[in-house]
Design a protein around this ligand. Structure first.
Ligand SMILES: [Zn+2]
Length: 349
């Protein structure tokens, strides 16, 4: 049996070059103050997209100096560029519909190694603000989603985009108090939502999900195919952790439910945020004690074992399509395989 590295190599979306400087979030008017400084770098999200350079081999986020976003100021409420002394991160309406759900959001993301403060402005797509913040038509930049560019960004940009998207996703889906139902307001520079009716503070949430490479006594790897996926696409098993459940129990339950295998040893391998919309993927290696696969036929349509030789052949002939490099699943598969695997064609997203 081959030895495999104990832990996964650095995962694309687990990288970061930013000090979140959480102690500064309660400084009065922090975001508004920072937006007035030319040294502040602003990441604008339009829906789930950010502006990136068009160098596809090494894309970079296009971050803008705070004052350049001044033209959005009157739509950003008290946190806007023109209101240095205001309350940080108040959301205001930007059009029709639920004003809390479809509003610009501002948040303080942290400071980089060079001392530049970073601020997020998240805009709902389609509005006037989004139009103003869209890339110019000169071909030097474009809008991209994190799935597309996450693996190619440098550490700082990957961490920025991941954090910004996770935070924006949480705000977009939690406009109201979960205790009393009243609309909540952004506080703590974008890191809290406060209920004015019952004074409850709500904090951004992350949903833990386990993802595991299941290996049998012969060191073969199990991969599964979901009914909703196109043909030939296989991946490691994964599932959400349920309330009151340990991570190890979640691994054993998911494997049992999806393929009917009994799991022995379970070993933690690493983690990666997965803000699509709000997961944290926790990776494990799981040793199967049994080999007879019984697919649940519901979520999972097919599952089978691969030896390394079989997997290399099936990938080379295009009979097996592996998940993209950005995913924890791909890292788990390559960890078991013993090195990088070259896709015959494009991997799937
Ligand atoms: Zn409330």
């Amino acid at each position: 049996m081959r030895t495999v590295p104990a832990m996964l190599a650095t995962l694309s979306l687990a990288r970061s070059g930013l000090d979140r400087a959480a102690h500064r979030r309660d400084e009065a008017g922090l975001v508004g103050t920072l937006l007035n400084r030319p040294t502040t770098r602003v990441l604008v999200l339009i829906g789930d997209q950010a502006v990136v350079t068009t160098d596809d081999a090494a894309p970079a986020l296009v971050l803008r100096p705070g004052p350049e976003l001044a033209h959005l100021g009157d739509r950003l409420g008290d946190a806007g560029a023109g209101a240095a002394g205001g309350t940080a991160g108040v959301m205001v309406g930007d059009g029709a519909g639920d004003p809390a759900a479809a509003s610009p959001l501002t948040a303080y993301l942290g400071t980089d190694a060079a001392g530049h403060d970073h601020v997020l402005i998240a805009l709902p797509p389609g509005g006037r603000s989004a139009e103003d913040a869209s890339p110019p038509a000169d071909g030097t930049s474009r809008l991209a989603v994190l799935r597309e560019v996450g693996a190619g960004l440098d550490d700082t940009d990957a961490g920025l985009f991941t954090c910004a998207l996770a935070l924006a996703n949480w705000h977009a889906t939690h406009p109201r108090c979960s205790r009393c139902g009243a609309p909540t307001r952004v506080a703590a520079a974008g890191w809290t939502r406060r209920c004015p009716a019952c004074a409850t503070d709500h904090f951004p949430r992350t949903d833990p999900a386990v993802i595991m490479s299941v290996v049998d006594e012969q060191d073969r790897l199990l991969l599964g195919h979901q009914a909703v996926w196109p043909d030939k696409r296989f991946s490691t098993l994964a599932g959400f952790v349920e309330p009151g459940e340990s991570l190890e129990a979640a691994v054993r339950r998911e494997v049992g439910e999806e393929v009917g295998l009994e799991v022995g040893e379970v070993a933690y391998q690493g983690s990666q945020p997965w803000p699509f919309p709000s997961s944290l993927m926790l990776a494990f290696r799981a040793r199967a004690l049994t080999t007879q696969i019984r697919v649940d036929g519901d979520e999972l349509e097919q599952a089978r074992w691969w030896s390394r030789e079989e997997l290399a052949l099936d990938v080379a002939t295009g009979e097996l399509l592996l998940p993209p490099p950005l995913s924890v699943s791909r890292s788990l598969i390559e960890q078991w395989f013993g090195g990088p695997i070259r896709d015959a064609g494009a991997s799937w997203r």
